[in-house]
Design a protein around this ligand. Structure first.
Ligand code: NAP
Length: 312
């Protein structure tokens, strides 16, 4: 039979790694199950200015590397697997993955959120062939090309700024005429000569033959459609999509209480199921940031420790 862990953490982003650090320091046997690549969404962030005590020029990957190393130092085990089903009701929690089945006294759900797609024709077809959801991953492919960034929030504007280091021109396509991003980030974008704006606009279709070559953009006020074509010499351009995130919570449906796809917890990160906690972007909360995810993870791990003590 597989090992019975004190704490199994689903998700290896800032919430999961912080939970692993606190659980490890409390000498709880801890396993992090990550489905893909450690770090979650934040590894896609080129610049993090607002993590307290972060390094000068901190990026998602540099911060995650240090968080991950710290979790390792305190003995957290890690496995790559995707949880497909679970039984959380009993004293012993069972998590069924694609590769293996895991047993735990407590579970911390820190599975995060993933990018929302535009949902227009051509988007799936051109993902990786012009369409991207990660500037850190793909900016270098657009060295000296034109790129478009869809969205008007912190992610869109920050990533647009990052993209100016590579692309010769970056146009932000936003569905309104005012950005949602924090004022300090907006100011940098307005001051950057490489950044242009297409206001009141949405992308309706992405087209090309193998590579992305053009896109249809609608002005939401006038309903006018414009076809934006790649510069003839370039033959292609990039479209980076940052229009928000949705919780990766489908597998937890019916297992813990949810609200609009987000897991409901109390201030101690407890869900409605004994011994099961949620931390980070996947839970109902007002501010989804690395700093709040890390704090959630710490609280969840401490509460998991208390629960184990009280129930042994
Ligand atoms: P967000 O704040 O939800 O912004 C999403 C943007 O996309 C909004 O401007 C929204 O337009 C637009 N949008 C939404 N659906 C759309 C659609 N179907 N078509 C076109 N545009 C659409 O998301 P985010 O920028 O990814 O940020 C998520 C959270 O992470 C936020 O809390 C943010 O503060 C935080 N974050 C913080 C930092 C940082 O502080 N360094 C960096 C990245 C993210 P409207 O404005 O019209 O709604």
């Amino acid at each position: 039979m597989s090992k019975l862990y004190d704490v199994v953490i689903i998700g290896g982003g800032p919430a999961g790694l912080s939970a692993a650090l606190y659980a490890g320091r409390a000498r709880l046997s801890t396993l992090i199950i990550e489905k893909d690549k450690e770090g979650g969404q934040i590894v896609q962030t080129a610049e993090i200015e607002n993590y307290p005590g972060g390094l000068e020029e901190e990026s998602g990957p540099t911060l995650i590397d240090r968080m991950s190393g710290q979790a390792d130092k305190f003995g957290a085990e890690k496995v790559l697997d995707t949880i497909e089903d679970m039984d959380l009701g009993g004293k012993e929690k069972i998590l069924k993955g694609k590769k293996d089945t895991y047993r735990a006294k407590t579970v911390i759900i820190a599975a995060g959120a993933s990018p929302v797609p535009i949902g227009c024709p051509g988007e799936k077809e051109f993902t990786g062939k012009g369409v991207s959801y990660c500037a850190t991953c793909d900016a270098a492919f657009f060295e000296d090309f034109e790129v478009y960034v869809v969205g008007g929030g912190d992610s869109a504007v920050e990533e647009a700024l990052y993209l100016t280091k590579f692309a010769r021109k970056v146009t932000i396509i936003h569905r309104r005429d005012a950005l949602r991003a924090a004022k300090s980030i907006q100011e940098k974008a307005f001051a950057n000569e490489k950044i242009a704006f297409m206001w009141d606009s949405v992308v309706k279709e992405l087209k090309g033959d193998g590579l992305l070559e053009s896109m249809v953009v609608e002005n939401v006020k006038t309903k006018e459609l414009t076809e934006v074509k790649a510069d003839e010499e370039d033959g292609t351009f990039g479209v980076f999509v940052f229009i928000g995130f949705k919780p990766q919570s489908a597998v937890f449906e019916g297992k813990v209480e949810m609200e609009n796809g987000y897991i409901v917890t109390d201030a101690d990160m407890k869900t409605n199921v004994e011994g099961v906690y949620a931390a980070g972007d996947i839970r109902v909360k007002s501010l989804r940031q690395v700093v709040t995810a890390a704090a959630d993870g710490a609280i969840a791990a401490v509460q998991a420790g208390k629960y184990i003590e009280e129930n042994e």
